[in-house]
Design a protein around this ligand. Structure first.
Ligand code: ZN
Length: 318
């Protein structure tokens, strides 16, 4: 069996960076990361190769940026205005925010790796991870505010100095149900091979920060760093109240620095009905593409939703 890993000779993910930032490109693992080696659709792979960026485009959370958290952002890339008009797909009603419910207790259950929407739907879920570039985090928050598009953020508390300043802007969106927060660990170190206690501590520390900062629980959604997980990891986090193992079946590929053409090429390919789309608030390339992404969503009559909406989970239930 030939896999993307075989074809590209990609090694194992690099050792975690002490700061919590990933330090090397990880295997792409195609579009459905799992503990099993995936079988890659050959046409898809060839298409990816044809745009010259197969190795890392779909990888989760790898990093090549030089800017450290709190460091100098890259060259300015001012977000453009969103397409005008109320017909843009994905807009949610500007309902007044509801007071956030009390944080519910954990509800452990069998682990359920999740790659895409259940059943046929026009819904998509934009899931945006990490957040080690201040400019990109700010740009995503502003995009959520002006576009009204539902987004699920999976930030690492290791980057709290970047995220915390946006809590006042994000809280009303969270209260309105437009923004959801998932758990992606505090450190962003990969989990397989670590002790149960270490895994629990990493997840719990991030949850405590999320609760304190955003007033909401991240349960039951857990996105493993790098998409690296196995039955053991899944079992540990499911027992903690994170039975929803959040994976994906489409990606902006922006865990590494892309050109705008590469990123929009992947957006065009993967923004399809039912997609759980993976993106990262790590590189500013996406900032100049928000209007084109919004246009794609509108043209295709896609309906962006949070994971809670897509799967009927609830922050009130946890
Ligand atoms: Zn990540």
């Amino acid at each position: 069996m030939r896999t993307d890993r075989d074809l590209h000779g990609l090694g194992v993910p690099g050792a975690p960076h002490p700061s919590g930032r990933p330090s090397a490109v990880e295997p792409s693992n195609a579009v459905e990361p799992s503990n099993k080696v995936p079988i890659v659709d050959r046409r898809m792979l060839l298409s990816l190769l044809s745009i010259g960026a197969a190795e890392a485009l779909l990888a989760a959370c790898s990093a090549s940026a030089s800017s450290a958290p709190g460091g100098q952002p890259s060259a300015p890339n001012t977000p453009r205005e969103a397409p005008a008009g109320p017909a843009a797909a994905g807009m949610v009603a500007a309902a007044p925010g509801q007071p956030l419910p009390p944080i519910p207790p954990p509800h452990p259950g069998p682990a359920h790796p999740t790659f895409h929407a259940p059943g046929r739907t026009q819904q998509i879920a934009l899931t945006i991870d990490d957040g080690y570039d201040p400019q990109t985090v700010a740009g995503y928050v502003e995009f959520a505010q002006r576009s009204k598009i539902p987004i699920t953020f999976c930030p690492n508390g290791a980057y709290r100095q970047i995220w915390d300043q946006h809590a006042p802007a994000l809280r009303p969106l969270i209260e309105a149900g437009q923004v959801q927060i998932g758990n992606h660990t505090w450190t962003h170190h990969q989990l397989p091979g670590r002790s149960d206690a270490d895994i629990r501590a990493d997840v719990e520390k991030n949850e405590e920060w999320i609760q304190k900062t955003f007033g909401i629980t991240s349960r039951p959604w857990f996105r493993p760093p790098y998409g690296a997980h196995n039955q053991h990891v899944d079992g540990v986090v499911a027992e903690m109240g994170y039975p929803r193992i959040l994976l994906w079946n489409g990606s902006f590929g922006d865990s590494t620095q892309l050109t705008p053409d590469q990123l929009i090429g992947l957006a065009t390919r993967y923004l399809q009905p039912g997609t759980i789309m993976l993106g990262h608030a790590n590189h500013p390339t996406v900032l100049g593409l928000f209007d084109r992404i919004q246009q794609l969503i509108a043209e295709r009559h896609l309906q962006p939703v949070t994971l809670d909406t897509m799967f009927g989970t609830s922050r009130a239930t946890g």
